[in-house]
Design a protein around this ligand. Structure first.
Ligand SMILES: Cc1cc2nc3c(=O)[nH]c(=O)nc-3n(C[C@H](O)[C@H](O)[C@H](O)COP(=O)(O)OP(=O)(O)OC[C@H]3O[C@@H](n4cnc5c(N)ncnc54)[C@H](O)[C@@H]3O)c2cc1C
Length: 213
């Protein structure tokens, strides 16, 4: 799909409100920020790129990943400098290609997968926490209902939960995702106009978009 993402925490500053900001820059680049407590802000860099280098960078050492992201966003504008500076000292930093894994079978013998291990949705579908909580509830319920027949309990867990998970995972449409990471200024403007008019589905959601650069 060629959409890449890195995220980390930076110190929160006065202008970081409780509303998420999404900034779009030409070249298929996005910066998102959201604040989850009084002292920290989450920074997300998102990039659309179909190169072998971009796909391989997520397995490189952390320093190389950070150099890669800083270089790709060097002329992106907005608060890039602040986020790149904060990246270096952040205790949490992760770089990944956006992907979704669908597993045909969630258990074997007495081993059972739950939460992200069974049905990681996507940063673009949301519902990761809900999926994990609902799955844990269904699993506990089914084991409690068939305490002497684990095979039946695990089969029921999958039968009951699978439609819910299919719906969550199916919310991600790679074509719409690519539209949500526009390549040039005209596409950014078109995207912002369409989302402002409420014509696109909830994901991807630009918070309060600005355009610069
Ligand atoms: C940046 C980011 C933002 C997100 N934002 C949202 C959001 O806004 N809303 C939402 O609903 N979801 C969000 N998610 C998804 C959500 O965080 C996950 O879906 C959820 O945490 C999955 O819960 P889990 O318990 O299945 O897995 P995890 O929370 O990943 O827990 C797995 C645990 O297992 C531990 N572990 C791993 N290997 C071992 C081992 N070998 N031995 C012992 N322990 C081990 C790990 O350290 C970890 O503590 C986000 C995810 C990310 C990465």
């Amino acid at each position: 799909m060629g959409i890449h993402m890195a995220y980390w925490f930076v110190p929160r500053i006065a202008s970081d409100t409780n509303i998420r900001d999404t900034y779009m820059a030409p070249g298929g680049r996005q910066i998102m920020r959201r604040s989850h407590n009084a002292t920290e802000t989450q920074a997300y860099f998102v990039m659309r790129e179909d190169s072998a280098e971009a796909s391989a960078i997520h397995r490189a050492p952390r320093g190389e990943q950070q150099r890669f992201w800083a270089e790709r966003f060097s002329d992106a504008g907005w608060q890039t400098e602040r986020f790149v500076e904060g990246m270096k000292d952040s205790p949490f930093f992760y770089s990944q290609e956006v992907a979704q894994v669908r597993i045909g079978n969630w258990s074997t013998g007495r081993v059972v997968l739950a939460g992200d291990a069974a049905h990681c949705a996507s940063p673009y579908s949301g519902m990761g926490i809900s999926g994990g909580l609902v799955g844990a509830y269904v699993l506990a319920w089914e084991i409690n209902r068939s305490p002497d027949d684990l095979t039946a309990a695990l089969a029921n867990y999958e039968r009951v939960l699978r439609p819910f998970v299919d719906e969550i995972q199916g919310k991600v449409n790679p074509k719409i995702l690519r539209v949500g990471v526009p390549l040039n200024r005209h596409a950014i403007t078109a995207f912002q106009n369409v989302t402002a008019a409420g014509l696109l589905p909830a994901h991807p959601r630009p918070g309060r978009p600005h355009v610069e650069g």
